[in-house]
Design a protein around this ligand. Structure first.
Ligand SMILES: N[C@@H](CCC(=O)N[C@@H](CS)C(=O)NCC(=O)O)C(=O)O
Length: 284
């Protein structure tokens, strides 16, 4: 294997603030706010502070799907959090999410504002609040929750493991890429085999399980996330591709992908979202 085998971990690890990786100036080994910064508050009960990464897209897709279903209470204001600039360490954001990661949501329609973090918890909260996109059937509901939690537990291997070492590490390390490619392909195969016999993750019902899984695994096979489709031989996962392409066509998904996007062409991004007119003139 082509890699440096000379490293011996010291007795006590020291923080080398600039390790050279893409996120080296952002990642830190300590929690808490680094600076004072209040968050804006818009007109709707639901206030989202997020970014158009796959974890952020889960929530914007969910909110747009709820609006598509006619749930007017799901109207929301969405503000971008620039994680590359460390805005997740601002005091206002840390008050919502002590873990300093997007997405974070505040619901002002409750007696006291309800603060939420972790995309899976947010999807479940919204599904229960509006009684949508979560099966009520005795067998399907636990299946949906199982796949939802599967996504939350599995994606760090795909993102923090495979994606980091394939795309962001300062130099390629064969051992790490091999280890996480193996696990990523195993996960893709889990989904492919499941989707061979199911239209969506839960039989023929589109649910929060699909909304959680698609932004990661759907967009990996579509070559959007990490541009690694060829490396992963993504086209061989036929059923997963069929599911990914079907979901990509949903109007709410197309809108959700634009919200809190801060880079790319103007017609594809809505950095701040306050109502449906923000999508006027955009290419969905
Ligand atoms: N398990 C969390 C993961 C959230 C997460 O990792 N968010 C990333 C962006 S995709 C983030 O905010 N990173 C900023 C940082 O690590 O400082 C969830 O599902 O909400």
């Amino acid at each position: 294997m082509s890699q440096d085998t000379n490293y011996t971990p010291p007795k006590v690890w020291n923080w080398d603030a600039d390790s050279g990786g893409k996120w080296s100036k952002t990642n830190r080994p300590i929690a808490g706010a680094t600076h004072e910064k209040e968050l804006p508050v818009g007109q709707h009960p639901l206030q989202l502070h997020s970014l158009a990464t796959p974890n952020g897209q889960k929530v914007t897709i969910m909110l747009e799907e709820l609006l598509e279903l006619g749930v007017t209470g799901a109207e929301y204001d969405a503000y971008p959090v620039n994680i590359g600039e460390g805005e997740q360490f601002g005091s206002g954001f840390v008050e919502i999410n002590p873990n300093s990661k997007i997405p974070a949501l505040v619901d002002h329609s409750t007696d006291q504002p309800t603060r939420l973090f972790e995309s899976g918890a947010i999807l479940l909260y919204l599904a229960e609040k509006f009684d949508k996109l979560l099966p009520t059937d005795k067998a399907d509901r636990p299946a949906c929750l199982s796949w939802l939690f599967w996504q939350i537990g599995s994606a760090p291997y795909l993102g923090g493991g495979f994606g980091h070492f394939y795309k962001y590490a300062p130099f390629p390390i064969e051992y790490c890429i091999d280890r996480f490619t193996m696990e990523t392909k195993r996960q893709l195969d889990v989904l492919d085999k499941h989707l061979e016999n199911n239209q969506y993750m839960i039989d023929d019902e589109y649910t929060i399980a699909d909304i959680a899984i698609w932004p990661w695994y759907g967009q990996v096979v579509q070559n959007v996330v990490y541009e690694a489709a060829e490396f992963l031989d993504a086209q061989s996962y036929v059923h997963l591709n069929r599911w990914a392409n079907t979901i990509a066509q949903r109007p709410a998904v197309k809108r959700g992908l634009m919200v809190n996007r801060t880079s790319g062409p103007d017609e594809r991004k809505v950095p701040e979202r306050h109502d449906s007119s923000d999508f006027d003139g955009k290419t969905t």
